[in-house]
Design a binder for this molecule. Structure first.
Ligand code: THG
Length: 367
C-alpha cells in the first residue's frame, strides 16, 4: 500500500474527517481535492442509493463565483445556453465550451441574485478561464471562489431526511431550484440536485469550519431511513446515462456528441464563446454520438476507467468510454462514443483488457 502525501496544493474537504470516521477506503482526485470513491462494500453502497438514502462528500464540486454588475453578462458569454430567463433561486445545467465548440466543463449555474452566480464545476479549471475572459472583454465583475462545499443526500428516501432537517419547504423545490437557509446556525444552500437519477438534494455548506457538524446532523437525522455513506456511484450513473466530463469526453468532444445538445441554444448572443463553432457543427451534424453498449454474456468484467476501441467489420468506429457490470440489468454496459454512421441495434466488437467482446448498441439511459 502507499499513501498520498499532503501538500498545500491538495485542498482538504470540510467533510474529510467525517468520511474517515465513516470508514472511507478509497479516494480519487478532482479539482485538486480528494473525493471518496469507496467505503468498502460496493453492492451495499449501490443498493442503499437505489432503495434508501446515501450521504456523499462532493465538496470537489468547487464554486466559481461571478459577482458584480456584469456577472450575468459574463455567465452568458461563458455558457452557450440561454440564461436570459433564469430566475434567482434557479439552477441550470450548462455546457461550457472553448472557441472551437469543444466541451471544457459542464457545471450547474446557480443564480443567487441578479449580480451573483455560482458555477458549480466539474473537473477542470474554470477560475482561470472566467477571469481571463472577464478581463479580455473589459467586464465589471469579480471572479472568485467562495467558502462553499457541497454534500449530497441521494436516493428515494433523501427527501424525507432533508425535509426532517430543513423543513417541509424542500419538498416544493423543483429540479435544480434552491433556497438559502440555515441548519441550526450553519449557513447553507439547499438544492434539489445531485449526480444520480434516484432523486435527492445537495446541501452547499457556507462555512468550511463546520463540515463534521453538518455531516453528523444528517447522519443522525437519517438513521430512521437507514442513511449511510456513499459517493457518486459508477454503476448507477452509467445505468442512468449521466455523462462525466473528462471521462466520457476528450479534448475534441463537443456537447452534441455527448447528449448535451438539448442544453445548447444556438440563438444566444454572438459574443458567447464557441457559439459560432456550435452553429457550424449543428448545421453539418456532429461526426460522433453517444449510445449505450450492452455486451453479450452475464459474467461481470472489472469496471473500466479508460477508453476501449469499438470496432465494426475490423474498422475502429469509436470508443467505449466506461464499462460496468449493472447490478440491476445483470449485464456489462457502457457508453459508446461512436461514429454517427452507427445506430441503435448495430452489433459491434470491443477489446477490453485483451479480450474481444461482442455487443449491441442501445439508446440511453439504460434504466
Ligand atoms: N452537483 C453540483 N455540481 C456539479 C455536479 C453535481 N458539478 C460538476 C458535475 N456534477 C456536473 N455534471 C452534472 C451532470 C448532470 C447532471 C448534473 C450535474 C444532471 N443531469 C440530469 C440529466 O442529465 O438527466 C438533468 C439535467 C437537466 O435536465 O437539466 O442532473 O452533481 N452541485
Amino acid at each position: 500500500m502507499f499513501s498520498i502525501s499532503p501538500s498545500a496544493r491538495l485542498r482538504p474537504s470540510p467533510f474529510f474527517d467525517a468520511t474517515v470516521a465513516e470508514g472511507v477506503r478509497a479516494f480519487t482526485t478532482y479539482n485538486h481535492m480528494l473525493m471518496p470513491t469507496s467505503y468498502g462494500d460496493p453492492q451495499a453502497e449501490y443498493w442503499r442509493l437505489i432503495n434508501g438514502v446515501s450521504q456523499w462528500d462532493v465538496a470537489v464540486e468547487r464554486q466559481v463565483q461571478l459577482k458584480g454588475p456584469d456577472a450575468a453578462v459574463l455567465a452568458q458569454i461563458l455558457a452557450p445556453r440561454d440564461l436570459s430567463r433564469q430566475k434567482v433561486g434557479q439552477g441550470k445545467y450548462v455546457p461550457l465550451c472553448n472557441h472551437h465548440g469543444v466541451l471544457i466543463n459542464d457545471p450547474i449555474c446557480l443564480k443567487l441574485a441578479d449580480d451573483l452566480f455560482w458555477l458549480s464545476i466539474a473537473d477542470s479549471n474554470i477560475w482561470f478561464w472566467a477571469q481571463a475572459i472577464a478581463a479580455e472583454r473589459g467586464l465589471n465583475v469579480e471572479v472568485s471562489e467562495p467558502d462553499v462545499s457541497p454534500m449530497a443526500i441521494q436516493g428515494p428516501k433523501a427527501e424525507d431526511v432533508v425535509a426532517h432537517v430543513c423543513g417541509d419547504f424542500v419538498r416544493d423545490l423543483k429540479y435544480f431550484w434552491f433556497s438559502e437557509t440555515t441548519i441550526g446556525d450553519i449557513p447553507v444552500v439547499v438544492q434539489r440536485s445531485g449526480w444520480s437519477k434516484q432523486g435527492g438534494f445537495e446541501i452547499y455548506l457556507r462555512d468550511g469550519s463546520r463540515g463534521t457538524e453538518l455531516w453528523n446532523i444528517f447522519k443522525e437525522a437519517g438513521q430512521p431511513w437507514g442513511i449511510g455513506p456513499g459517493n457518486p456511484n459508477w454503476c448507477e450513473r452509467i445505468e442512468s446515462g449521466l455523462v462525466s466530463y473528462g471521462g466520457d469526453s476528450d479534448t475534441t468532444t463537443n456537447p452534441f456528441e455527448v447528449r448535451m445538445g438539448k442544453y445548447v441554444d444556438l440563438d444566444v448572443p454572438d459574443d458567447t464563446i464557441g457559439i459560432q463553432a456550435l452553429r457550424q457543427i449543428a448545421a453539418t451534424g456532429a461526426k460522433r454520438h453517444t449510445l449505450g453498449l450492452v455486451l453479450e454474456g452475464d459474467t461481470p468484467i472489472a469496471p473500466g476507467f479508460s477508453w476501449n476501441p469499438i470496432m465494426q467489420n475490423g474498422r475502429k468506429m469509436g470508443d467505449l468510454t466506461n464499462v460496468v457490470f449493472s447490478f440491476r440489468l445483470k449485464k456489462n454496459i457502457g457508453f459508446a462514443l461512436v461514429s454517427a454512421d452507427l445506430a441503435i441495434g448495430d452489433v459491434v466488437q470491443c477489446q477490453i483488457g485483451g479480450t474481444s467482446h461482442q455487443g449491441r448498441l442501445t439508446d440511453l439511459p439504460f434504466l
